[in-house]
Design a binder for this molecule. Structure first.
Ligand SMILES: Nc1ncnc2c1ncn2[C@@H]1O[C@H](COP(=O)(O)OP(=O)(O)O)[C@@H](O)[C@H]1O
Ligand SMILES: [Mg+2]
Length: 261
C-alpha cells in the first residue's frame, strides 16, 4: 500500500499518545427520548475502538455528533484538544477537519465522477490545489484497488466499489480520526470481506484513530484495541476484545453476543 497518500505520522507526532476524542457529560435528546444521558467517553490517539450494542442504543448518534451532523443538548466534545461543542462556528470547522466518516449507505455525490468525489473536499475545505488533490486521489484509488474507475459515476460501481471510494474520500482529508458506521451492512455478502480486508490494512499500516460501529465481530476482534458494549446510551462494559468476546461480565453483553455471533 502506498503510504504517501495516507495520514502522515511525521506531521503529528503528538498523535501517538493521549486522548484524541473526548466526550464529557454529553446528553442528546430527540423530543422526550433521551438517547445519550451524561455520557463520558474518550478514545486515545492511534487506537481502534469498536462500539457494539443493540440497535437503537445510540451508537450512530455518537458518530453523528462527532461529525457535527447533530448537536448535543448538553456537554462538551473535543477532538485533539480542539473544541467541537460548545464552540464557535470557526472552531467547529477547524476541529471537524480532523474527522472523516464512512457511512453505511456510502453517501457518495451521485453526479460527480469517482475522482471528483475524492478531490472535492480537499479543494473546497482544505484549499488544496486541484493538481495536488488529483494526485492524492489517484494514489488513494490505487490503494483501494480502483485506479481504473476515476471517471466512473458512483451508480456504475458495485456497492463494495462505492464503499471503497467512500473510504478513499474520507482518507483524502487526512483525518486523524476515521469514523466507520456499519460500513459493510448494506453490501451483498460476497463483497463484505474485501471491504473489511481494506479496513484491516488501513488499521495495520496507518496511525489513524478509528472509532467503529460494526456487527462484524471477527473484524472487531481483529482490529480493536478496545471494545465498548453500549446499551441505552451507556457504556455498560469495556475492555480488550479477548475479554469482551470471551468472558463478558454483563448479562446484557452475553445476550447481545449470543444473538450476533
Ligand atoms: N434524527 C432522529 N430523530 C429522532 N430520533 C432519532 C434520530 N436519530 C436517532 N434517533 C433515536 O435515537 C436512538 C438511538 O439511535 P441510534 O444512535 O441510531 O442507535 P444505533 O446506531 O445504536 O442503532 C433510537 O431510539 C432512535 O430512534
Ligand atoms: Mg446505527
Amino acid at each position: 500500500m502506498p503510504t504517501d497518500t495516507l495520514p502522515n505520522p511525521e506531521k503529528s507526532p503528538e498523535r501517538s499518545s493521549g486522548e484524541l476524542i473526548r466526550l464529557e457529560q454529553v446528553t442528546k435528546r430527540f423530543g422526550d427520548n433521551t438517547v445519550l444521558d451524561h455520557l463520558d467517553f474518550s478514545v486515545d490517539a492511534g487506537k481502534h475502538v469498536t462500539l457494539i450494542g443493540p440497535s437503537g442504543s445510540g451508537k450512530t448518534t455518537i458518530l453523528r455528533l462527532l461529525m457535527t451532523l447533530l448537536k448535543p443538548d448538553e456537554g462538551t466534545i473535543t477532538v485533539d484538544g480542539q473544541k467541537l461543542f460548545p464552540a464557535t462556528e470557526k472552531e467547529r470547522r477547524e476541529a471537524r477537519k480532523q474527522i472523516g466518516m464512512v457511512f453505511q449507505q456510502f453517501n457518495l455525490f451521485p453526479n460527480m465522477s469517482v475522482l471528483r468525489n475524492i478531490t472535492e473536499a480537499p479543494v473546497t475545505v482544505l484549499g488544496m490545489s486541484k493538481d495536488e488533490a488529483v494526485e492524492r486521489a489517484e494514489g488513494l484509488l490505487d490503494m483501494v484497488g480502483l485506479a481504473d474507475k476515476c471517471d466512473a459515476r458512483p451508480a456504475q460501481l458495485s456497492g463494495g466499489q462505492q464503499q471503497r471510494v467512500a473510504i478513499a474520500r474520507a482518507l483524502a482529508m487526512r483525518p486523524k480520526v476515521l469514523l466507520l458506521d456499519e460500513v459493510t451492512s448494506a453490501l451483498d455478502p460476497e463483497l463484505v470481506a474485501g471491504v473489511l480486508d481494506l479496513l484491516r490494512d488501513i488499521a495495520r499500516t496507518t496511525d489513524i484513530t478509528m472509532l467503529c460501529v460494526t456487527h462484524e465481530m471477527n473484524f472487531a476482534r481483529d482490529i480493536s484495541d478496545q471494545v465498548l458494549m453500549f446499551d441505552s446510551g451507556r457504556v455498560i462494559e469495556a475492555g480488550p476484545p479477548e475479554k469482551i468476546f470471551s468472558e463478558p461480565e454483563h448479562d446484557r453483553t452475553r445476550e447481545f453476543l449470543s444473538a450476533v455471533l
